[in-house]
Design a protein around this ligand. Structure first.
Ligand code: NDP
Length: 488
């Protein structure tokens, strides 16, 4: 018997049965236990969810921004109150350590809803004086029904990052989580309803890739926002082209972290660890190409390896665990394959890279975090997104050289620079082709700061006031105060 009941669809403010008669299983990757049977939406169910979102939009978009703000604030309160229970669901569904989920995943989602609840009240247009008393003004209006599709690494955070700005701007949403981690988005829907969100404003449909495709193609949807891989991003964008939808894409990366010789090495090592091994390395913005100045290479590697070896691999529900289970067996095999490729390519594996059996979680997919040194730019481990705990350390000598090498990738999601020289820090960052950058830290994503990628890592931005632009459209209104001039 599964831990949770059969997961229905959430449409019109309540659970409803899918009409497809089909389900899929979601499992705890650490134990193999089936958590729930999840119903798969049919085309008719997706149509119903879109129709419900349209009705929800009619109500929600007419409410004052203060009313919308109050409901969103309530939702973030409930998320915080239920943090422990939701964090546990997240651990069961993703295999990530509880020590991360209980202080990051749910709370960062709540932070996001709180931030946009404040912004909701500040969505103003402009007044434009045109002389002679005539003027124009602009209105920032919502787009209508939006769809969003999430990846499996941060399920509730992604659902919040997408729904909060959309809803704050007066849109409604149909959401599809990844088939690997479908449970928490439904909990978010329950919470929005409990907070007073009108029926139909936030709907969740279960399903696999084809359900995402139905959303991307749907005539009744004005915008689609995806977090996922580059190949899926291309499919979503081309499906969305048929109906000329607005598109936001948060995709993969192979980001550089550059450590200059004057860096505080302990901080640089901390950042490299956080940039590679948090959530078993399953993070899109990870700084997986760590460029270290040759003068400090040996000191950096000594500290790095010592600290990596101390990381605790274990049962994700154990609060002391640092490294949990990868999401599924195929993914673990992909990561192991890259570790073998790295060895075959001639990189030096300094530590890690082996599968680990965790007592009580024998069916899980646990790997020791791996550090490769002597990595060359053209090795596959240095050019392809692995999405597991595999760090590539590369040596460099001068600034121009490292900038050129850091930029020599089709991706452009994130980048980090460590140096005590302020001028150099800003100079280097300004030349890196990456959308989200850090100086003297890595992978910190405050809600106030826009997040997103250059090049093949994405289109559009989440978070900050940038997201508001991606969930609204401008209406310009010309107001004539004089007579109408007509030549005939
Ligand atoms: P996928 O691209 O495999 O899937 C992402 C989502 O798209 C899932 O919900 C998936 O459904 C759905 N999907 C699959 N096929 C289609 C389709 N044809 N049309 C519409 N939707 C579809 O990515 P993963 O879930 O494996 O996540 C890992 C990837 O996500 C990595 O590349 C990572 O870098 C990226 N990512 C990017 C982030 C960012 O913010 N930039 C953050 C987190 C991850 P289903 O799972 O049910 O198949």
């Amino acid at each position: 018997m599964s831990k949770f009941p059969v997961q229905k669809l959430y449409i019109g403010g309540q659970y409803v049965d899918a009409t497809s008669g089909e389900t899929f299983e979601t499992r705890n990757p650490a134990t193999g236990e089936v958590l729930a049977e999840v119903q798969i939406a049919s085309q008719a169910d997706v149509d119903k969810a879109v129709a419900s979102a349209k009705e929800g939009f009619a109500v929600w978009s007419q409410m004052s921004s203060a009313e919308r703000s109050r409901i969103l604030r309530k939702a973030q309160d409930i998320l915080r109150e239920r943090n422990d229970e939701l964090a546990e669901i997240e651990v069961l569904d993703t295999g990530k350590p509880l020590q991360e989920a209980n202080c990051v995943d749910v709370i960062s989602g709540a932070d996001c809803i709180e931030y946009y609840s404040g912004i909701a009240g500040a969505l103003n247009g402009e007044h434009i004086d045109l002389g002679g008393g005539t003027f124009a003004y602009t209105r920032r209006e919502p787009l209508g029904v939006c769809a969003a599709i999430g990846a499996w690494n941060y399920p509730i955070q992604i659902a919040c990052w997408k729904s909060a700005p959309a809803l704050a701007c007066g849109n409604s949403m149909v959401y599809k989580a990844s088939e690997e981690t479908p449970l928490s988005a439904f909990k978010l829907a329950e919470i929005y309803t409990e907070a007073g969100l009108p029926a139909g404003v936030f709907n969740v449909v279960g399903g696999l890739g084809p359900v995402g495709k139905m959303l991307a193609e749907h005539e009744g949807i004005e915008k689609i926002s995806l977090t996922g891989s580059v190949p899926t991003g291309k499919k979503v964008m081309s499906a969305a082209a048929e109906t000329l939808k607005h598109v936001t894409l948060e995709l993969g990366g192979k980001s550089p972290l550059i450590i200059f010789e004057d860096s505080d090495l302990d901080n640089a090592v901390s950042a490299a660890l956080m940039a590679n091994f948090y959530t078993q390395g399953e993070i899109c913005s990870n700084g997986t190409r760590v460029f270290v100045h040759e003068d400090v290479m040996q000191a950096f590697l000594d500290k790095l390896v010592e600290r990596t070896r101390k990381m605790v691999i274990g049962d994700p529900m154990d609060i002391n665990t640092h490294v949990g289970s990868l999401i599924h067996e195929n993914h673990m095999n992909k990561v192991l394959e890259y570790i073998q490729i790295g060895k075959d390519e001639g990189a030096t594996l300094l530590c890690g890279g082996n599968r680990v059996t965790v007592p009580g979680c024998e069916a899980g997919f646990f790997l020791e975090p791996a550090v490769f040194a002597d990595v060359k730019d053209d090795m596959r481990i240095a050019t392809e997104e692995i999405f597991g705990a595999v760090m590539c350390v590369l040596s460099f000598r001068d600034e121009d050289e490292v900038i050129a090498r850091a930029n020599d990738t089709e991706f452009g999601l994130a980048a980090g620079v460590f140096t005590k020289d302020l001028t150099r820090g800003h100079r280097v960052i300004s030349r890196l082709e990456s959308g989200t950058c850090w100086i003297n830290n890595y992978n910190i994503t405050p809600i106030e700061m826009p997040f997103g990628g250059y090049k093949k890592s994405g289109i559009g931005r989440e978070n900050g006031t940038d997201a508001v632009r991606h969930f609204t459209q401008t209406k310009s209104v010309y107001v004539e105060m004089g007579d109408v001039e007509a030549p005939y």
